[in-house]
Write a new protein. Structure first.
Length: 457
């Protein structure tokens, strides 16, 4: 897998992206050549045809990304791929028609866009079908054996079976069983793969207790035969973008690469947060009077809602948001918001789904209480409880909390202890791999999250 912006991408995903750049641009170049005659090179080179096609290609790939056709698949049925492709082509056609109507000078030539989209519809559907068939071929699958017999091994097997783009096929695993005779069973399973041509390419070690049950000799023999031996935590971190709490121990945190608190890096992150927040506040200024009036007339109570939150190194600060709930929402004490929470006003539901209620937190970023990107700040009463229930929860307070974050763009709203554990795994991944590049990627994905209204409650 290839690491970009401290996030791992499979070679298949990058190859698919590259091929689709060629297909999209090639469709419109072919349409230009066929419709503009012998002067096609003049149209492409001297009349900015290539520049216009490059813009169309970038917009098409952006639409493809926003319709979840890249990255982790959020749907199980293959027909949804083609349905979403048709949505991409429909939006592209509508936008191109609008631009040509408003700005006729942007047209490359008569019917070029129409024919180009027609070519693109055919080649994209054929390409995606061919891609799904190709990646399913055994020759493009890495044969993987999962070593372990507990819940950790089972979860690794399930992750590999659902991560189609990882290119790994589970050829076997020890299976759920009792602890008696584990070393003998593990050793026998691995010895079966020894030979001049091992029947596996990779062994994933997913053992909960390695004492007196690790088949060291057999693993070493396979390693010398060219088989990759990998820890399950490393694999899960790479495929899922989170640092699994299962199996996480102090030695892992001490010796692992990452968790760098470099002063210069933190300074650049602070400057980036300030610049982005100041720019966002300027953009939002014209809408503030409308939001204020909407909140005022939605229900009795103040316009702004202030709350004590836990910041960097446990320091308390006051966070501000536009009020989205009734004034008596916490008359019975502090509770997490739930789906379709009856305490949320009608205007408040809209503000939450569009994240407009968090505009006042830009002031917290300018003051230095928060960063633009980071773990979401939690309330002190919840932090005390969660720190007792979840190991390493305090690690998320190593850095400033943020308006958006890796957990926010990769996971839903956490309203229970179990969901908070999952969000913490994403937060720890961010703390471990924090960088300017990852911050920019999260900001980009935040736009998608807002447009699709994901994660809010």
């Amino acid at each position: 897998m290839t690491r970009l912006f401290n996030v791992y991408y499979s070679a298949r995903t990058l190859a698919r992206l590259f091929c689709e750049v060629i297909l999209v641009s090639g469709s419109f170049i072919l349409a230009t050549v066929l419709l503009t005659g012998p002067d096609w090179h003049i149209t492409l080179i001297y009349e900015d045809g290539l520049l216009k096609i490059a813009a169309i290609t970038a917009f098409t790939l952006l639409l493809t990304y926003y319709f979840d056709l890249y990255g982790p698949r959020r749907f199980s049925e293959s027909w949804e791929i083609y349905f979403r492709l048709l949505l991409v082509l429909s939006v592209l056609s509508f936008v191109l028609a609008g631009f040509i109507y408003l700005f006729p000078e942007l047209d490359i030539g008569p019917y070029v866009f129409l024919v180009g989209v027609s070519f693109l519809a055919v080649v994209l559907v054929l390409w995606r079908g061919a891609y799904e068939w190709i990646i399913g071929l055994a020759m493009f699958q890495e044969r993987v054996y999962v070593l372990g017999c507990g819940e950790r091994a089972r979860s690794v097997v399930e992750l590999l079976q659902t991560s189609r783009d990882a290119g790994m096929q589970v050829t076997g695993w020890t299976g759920i069983g009792d602890s008696d005779g584990r070393l003998e069973r593990f050793s026998a399973d691995l010895r079966a793969f020894r030979g001049s041509k091992p029947g596996i390419d990779r062994v994933i070690v997913a053992m909960e207790d390695r004492r007196e049950s690790m088949p060291v000799r057999e693993l070493l023999d396979l390693r010398l035969l060219g088989v990759i031996i990998e820890n399950s935590s490393t694999l899960v971190e790479r495929l899922s973008g989170k640092l699994p709490l299962d199996g996480l121990n102090p030695s892992t945190l001490i010796f692992t690469e990452g968790f760098r608190m470099n002063a210069s890096q933190q300074l650049f992150r602070r400057l980036l947060s300030f610049a982005v927040s100041f720019t966002a506040l300027l953009i939002c200024l014209p809408f503030l009077p409308l939001i204020v009036l909407a909140v005022r007339f939605s229900s009795p109570g103040p316009i702004l809602f202030s709350q004590i939150r836990v910041g960097r190194r446990g320091r308390l600060f006051t966070a501000y948001k536009f009020r989205t709930m009734r004034q008596d929402a916490e008359a019975q004490g502090a509770v997490w918001a739930t789906r379709d929470d009856p305490r949320v006003t009608r205007i408040g539901r809209f503000l939450r789904s569009t994240r407009l209620d968090e505009i006042p937190q830009l002031w917290n970023v300018l003051r230095g209480d928060m960063a633009f990107v980071g773990p979401r700040p939690e309330r002190p009463e919840f932090v005390q409880w969660l720190s007792r229930e979840i190991p390493y929860y305090d690690l998320r307070h190593m850095i400033r909390p943020g308006i958006t974050g890796w957990a926010q763009v990769r996971y839903r709203y956490g309203a229970s202890l179990e969901e908070t554990k999952h969000k913490l795994e994403y937060d720890l991944y961010y703390v471990k791999h924090q960088s300017i590049g990852l911050d920019l990627l999260i900001m980009f994905e935040t736009i998608k999250t807002i447009i699709l209204r994901r994660g809010a409650q």
